[in-house]
Design a protein around this ligand. Sequence first.
Ligand code: ARG
Ligand code: ZN
Ligand code: CA
Length: 241
Amino acid sequence: GLGVINIPVVVHVIYSNSQENISDAQIASQIAVLNDDFNATNSDVSQVPSEFAGVVADSDINFTLAQTIRVSSTRTSWGTRDEMKFSSNGGSDVVSPSTHLNIWVCNIGGGILGYAQFPGGPASTDGVVVGPQYFGSTGFVAAPFDEGRTTTHEVGHYLNLRHIWGDGRCRQDDFVADTPSSDGPNYGCPSYPTVNCRSNDMTMNYMDYVNDACMYMFSEGQKVRMRALFASGGPRAAFLN
Ligand code: ARG
Ligand code: ZN
Ligand code: CA
């Protein structure tokens, strides 16, 4: 196996006011959440129902903060077209994307919490974007998205995970065998069991759309899909050099 995979993180904070210029403590809280969630050391993993307890994954992926870059801007919302990823737009250029996860923390607008680029895309925009109110678990955060799980979800996409409903109806796959089929996102805090497509949804998976407090696992199948990226010849193999 590949052993523990270490992912150095570059955080770009692009702010138009002092609240958006989040503290180092808030950034540290997000790194801690990522380490818990990708190693199944999150305290709420104990809430996984017995049906799914056997497929809870310790993905053995660790995150360390490598660099924080702070950029002041008069722009108050950035949208989803990657403009924050270029200093020529008043944003901040990507840093070493083949060996570093880049996270841009800025107000996206439109009620969007975060978005990600899947592996295999352009290097200049590789990484994830998260709004400052949804980043970390302390400081300028807003319930019910105040436990850092937006970044966990977006890093899941960055590591090739799809939404558990496959973004389609029952037969649309997420390419992961142990996440039961569903026909759309769940929201809020669903009770167990929530039945769709004749099976119980894994609503507590980070790749659903539930509240931060109601998502607390990746599956073994998702772990295999994420870690495959780092194998020799894979799109994120350079992280292991
Ligand atoms: N891309 C999704 C959005 O912006 C993120 C969902 C994150 N969900 C969460 N509970 N934090 O809507
Ligand atoms: Zn998503
Ligand atoms: Ca599945």
